[in-house]
Design a protein around this ligand. Sequence first.
Ligand code: NAD
Length: 470
Amino acid sequence: MQQLNRQYIAGRIQPSRGSDTQVVTSALSGRQIAEGVLGDATDAEAAVEAARLALPAWAATSLDERREYLQNLADAFAARRDDMISALIEEFGTTAATAGYIVDQSQYWFVDAQKLLTESVFTQQIGRATVRKVPLGVSVLITPWNGASWFIAMKASVALAAGCTVVIKPSERGMLQAQPVLDAIAEAGLPAGVINVVFGKGDPVGNVLTSHPDVAKVSITGSTATGKTIAHNAVDTMKRVTLELGGKSPTIILDDADLARAVPFAVGAGLFNNGQACIAGTRILVPQSREAEIKAALAEAVGALRVGDPRDPQTVIGPVLDRAQYDRIQHYIQTGIEQGGEILAGGLGHPEGLEEGNYVKPTLIATSNDRTVAQEEIFGPVLAVLTYRDEQEAIAIANDTPYGLHAYIAAGDLDRATRVAQRLQAGRIMINEVVDAPDAPFGGFKQSGLGREFGSFGIEAFLETQAVFS
Ligand code: NAD
């Protein structure tokens, strides 16, 4: 059995000092394909120490030097593209097309960050004050399993551009995907200690990193429960935190929507990445005046989705991450039924002929917003359909959730859709199409998080502001 026991600390690939293990499985077969050996508290301490020692020299690099190193990272990620894609598909089950998108964007984050490096980001004059933006310091970057390379590159690119040194802790449930990322980082050849990678669970590695006195900043993408623990850990030393957390985003289909466009939009927004996406539009709100027609069209579209081997270019929905994720999704579908929901497409169990591996039936459940399937993040291909009487009620239902990451609106009249958008509590709202916008701010209202990432908002999150009067 292949052992995944490497860490990257102080410029060296070295074996993990910990003894906790992690079973690494294939999403396609459900079988174990590797054993992960996780780091321990000493690995976490060593990584922070390496980042601390590297900080003064890295913070003093010129913008040209930083651009050059960011390009080295882009090139190293490009060289590992195929390895990253195949590991992502094997472990996570996302389709080949989505894996290609995730891995290509991972590389572009390092290119995009170079464009942010202008003098005006770091210095401006306000009256008599010279306002400087200085690197926050050692930054811990904690990432989830739904696309390791993407989250690591998105956070590391701007942290490094800001002049911070970093310790990355990828998810222990994404160890296979993170292996070629670790290789690319080592091959990029940044000065020792500027970028470190430690594998481990929240306890002990995550807790050591997020409460360490030498760490100035923690940026995490993960669940809301984990975000709360990290915020607690960080507060004693007043670390800056960026929390990108869970979501239960609404897709409002307004009564003037053209269904030929609205239905693929709603289904695509809900089931991107096999539904394992924080931004998924998992509550579809339909107007009572067109309820039967829209429900039928949604059911037909979800029922027709091709589920299967994610390497097959015809596949739209692949398997989910692991057995635990499969069981979690089944539990939610069962709960939806027990609470009176009506299954419009999909349902319990594996799709026919796909009994091996973690395949789930894409499922549509008609329910009401107070039910568990409409309130809790499932993180799989399960969509709740909710009916509203009028626009006021649509907005009220859309906002009736502890989350506020994303929202989608399908509409005929764009002005009306824009007015509705302004009343939604969500960090990003997309009207009639899913837009790829890596330079516009990304982040959540309410319990979907704290702070914003991407583009200039991303780099700002790793800078501290100082005003000098002369
Ligand atoms: P998770 O919260 O279980 O884990 C995320 C990361 O946090 C992992 O690396 C994990 O090891 C680490 N962690 C756990 N406890 C910790 C602790 N005490 N200290 C430090 N680190 C700790 O989330 P997941 O299951 O990996 O990912 C799915 C979740 O992530 C979903 O809720 C999803 O919505 C969310 N997510 C959010 C975004 C976003 O941008 N808002 C994007 C993708 C995923």
